[in-house]
Ligand binder design. Structure first.
Ligand code: SAM
Length: 292
């Protein structure tokens, strides 16, 4: 019998992802306010802000892999970081991130931006020679690395190699356990509904005003956790967004941030049922690099 064919050609799907994000216009504040998923965006931002608040300290050196258009720069600024490196496969997004950084004169931290496929290349060629991150962040982007075991390993190698011992790796990613039926604002279409392989299990994802029918890959979290341990990364926690939200309701700072970031308004307006359901697609996680 012929051996199993090799995994799908991932280079071209990476290009597909890059051109998808490159062609998404920068919406601007006005358009973002009109979006159907405005509160979901705010909620996602709240999750990222609370992760940063919990794990980031003043003066930290940050490595933001898959940084996109630099949507988290303000959050890092609030955490008073010392240095920021943002990298993304989408060159247009990187230009927009750099422009966003340049426009904000209140930034107290230095920053640099690079366009690179971080799942098929080592970061050594682009990072400053002595750069070591105190915290690595991968927000809503790690699942693209699960196209093959090789790309997932390159991603983990890039995280672990550039993080100091005891440093923190935080992120958010779709939760493979969530039953995905879709609703008025998101749709998920699996290409293969029977064979759930650990890598390369592709689905197409659409989220109103954010992602248009983009190929993504399931992250099997136990596999991710086991592989991360091989790179010296030890899980601190992982929680689906709904549970993560519940867990922070006793934390006054996090609750105040729900209001200050506009997830909930003073008159009680918040996410629609569809938005809340879509938020449940994701999970948040944190790892610590252990001393060896
Ligand atoms: N982290 C940003 C945020 O939270 O706003 C952007 C998230 S966006 C949903 C996913 C990002 O992952 C896109 O900017 C995309 O270009 C980036 N990405 C996907 N594959 C990548 C790769 N191989 N290397 C680097 N970035 C990648």
């Amino acid at each position: 019998m012929d051996p199993k064919p090799p995994a799908a050609p991932t280079e071209s799907s990476a290009q597909h992802v890059a051109s998808h994000y490159n062609s998404r216009p920068e919406l601007g504040l006005e358009k973002r306010r009109e979006s159907k998923i405005i509160r979901l965006r705010k909620f996602n931002n709240w999750v990222k802000a609370t992760l940063i608040q919990r794990f980031c300290r003043r003066g930290f050196r940050v490595l933001d892999i898959g940084c996109g258009k630099g949507g988290d720069l303000g959050k890092w600024g609030m955490a008073r970081i010392g240095y920021y490196v943002g990298i993304d496969i989408a060159a247009v997004s990187i230009e927009q991130a750099q422009a966003r950084y340049n426009e904000n004169r209140r930034n107290k931290f230095s920053a640099e931006f690079h366009a690179l496929d971080c799942y098929r290349n080592s970061l050594q060629s682009i990072l400053p020679r002595d750069f070591v991150a105190d915290i690595v962040s991968m927000q809503f982007c790690m699942h693209y690395a699960f196209a093959t075991e090789q790309t997932a390993r390159q991603m983990l190698q890039n995280v672990a190699q550039n993080l100091r011992p005891d440093g923190i790796f935080i992120g958010t990613t779709p939760d493979a356990n969530w039953l995905v039926f879709g609703n008025a604002i998101y749709q998920v279409e699996f290409e293969n509904k029977t064979d759930f392989s650990l890598f390369g299990h592709r689905y197409r994802f659409t989220l109103e005003d954010a992602v248009d029918d983009c190929p993504e890959y399931l992250v099997h979290f136990p596999t991710f956790e086991r592989m991360a341990a091989e790179y010296g990364l030890q899980l601190i926690f992982q929680k689906p967004f709904h549970e993560y939200y519940q867990s922070l309701l006793g934390n006054q700072d996090a609750v105040n941030t729900l209001y200050s970031m506009g997830v909930v308004t003073d008159d009680g307006a918040t996410m629609s049922r569809d938005e809340w359901e879509a938020a449940g697609l994701y999970l948040a996680f944190a790892f610590r690099k252990i001393q060896r």
